[in-house]
Design a protein around this ligand. Structure first.
Ligand code: G1P
Length: 261
């Protein structure tokens, strides 16, 4: 059955993007000609989702809603239902996803971190769906040492197969190079069955005192309920000024090529 709902956690405070994010929520920072969050909704729509549950903080809720819904529907997103869900307290990414439980119900759902934008022509959600085969699946990249302190890293449960999939046996949030169980990092695209909500509901705070999505993936992996898909290219990171510069160049060039004046 195809996945109809996407959860997009977008409640981060954007501390790496100050002072831009003093007033403007990080999800609404402009990348070329549209806010970061719109790329994630468009990506989910391309994969067939018809509903986007956007988890925002109190300040951003009405702005996100206004962006998508006021003045008529955005082209290409006419058939996507936008449902902002407010995360009242910043208790971590896992907590943010948990806030979407009521809106999602018992359906499987894509989860897209809005800080990361896919490179044009390199969508991964379809591959995640194929890899999941009814279970959950996480998108992975082979990471350099430096990144092992900045990303969640999985415990492989099998070798990588010819179709770039593997079994996931566990996961550790930001382990660092000394403790990393592998070099395969979680890059912000996931497909979860609704069982993740029960796991998230009983999780204790992890790294940084936050409820970590990676800890829930660890639980799924230990029970043989999670697959991985190793993506061929990385995502663009618009959560930092350097990343935003690269994303603007890549997406700006793509726009110029596809929509000549
Ligand atoms: C989050 C996740 C981490 C993941 C990363 C991808 O970390 O907690 O597991 O690897 O996103 O961008 P954050 O970037 O919020 O520190």
């Amino acid at each position: 059955m195809s996945v109809e709902v996407a959860v997009i956690p977008a409640a981060g405070r954007g501390t790496r993007m100050r002072p831009a994010t003093r007033v403007v929520p990080k999800a609404l920072i402009t990348v070329v000609d549209r806010p970061a969050i719109q790329y994630a909704v468009e990506e989910a729509a391309r994969a067939g989702a018809t509903e986007a549950v956007i988890v925002v903080d109190l300040d951003a809720g009405h702005l996100v809603q206004q962006h998508f819904l006021s003045g008529g529907r955005l082209p290409g997103l006419e058939h996507v239902k936008i449902r902002p869900v407010v995360q009242e307290e910043a208790l971590g990414l896992g907590h943010a996803v948990r806030e979407a439980a009521e809106a999602v119900g018992d359906r499987s759902f894509f989860c897209l971190l809005a800080d990361n934008i896919v490179r044009p022509g390199h969508d991964v959600l379809g591959s995640l769906e194929a890899a999941a085969d009814g279970l959950s699946a996480v998108c992975l990249r082979r990471l350099e040492d430096d990144f092992l302190s900045r990303y969640g890293v999985i415990v492989p449960g099998s070798a990588e197969r010819a179709d770039s999939t593997l079994d996931v046996a566990g996961a550790v949030e930001k382990p660092g190079p000394e403790n990393a169980p592998s070099r395969l990092g979680l890059i912000g695209r996931y497909l979860f069955t609704a069982e993740i909500f029960e796991i998230l509901a009983r999780l204790k705070p992890g790294v940084g005192g936050e409820i970590q999505l990676t800890d829930a993936i660890d639980d799924l992996g230990r029970r043989g309920r999670c697959r991985g898909f190793v993506a061929a290219v990385d995502l663009l990171d618009v959560g930092t000024p350097e990343g935003l510069i690269e994303a603007t160049a890549v997406l700006g060039e793509n726009r110029a090529a596809s929509e000549p004046e």
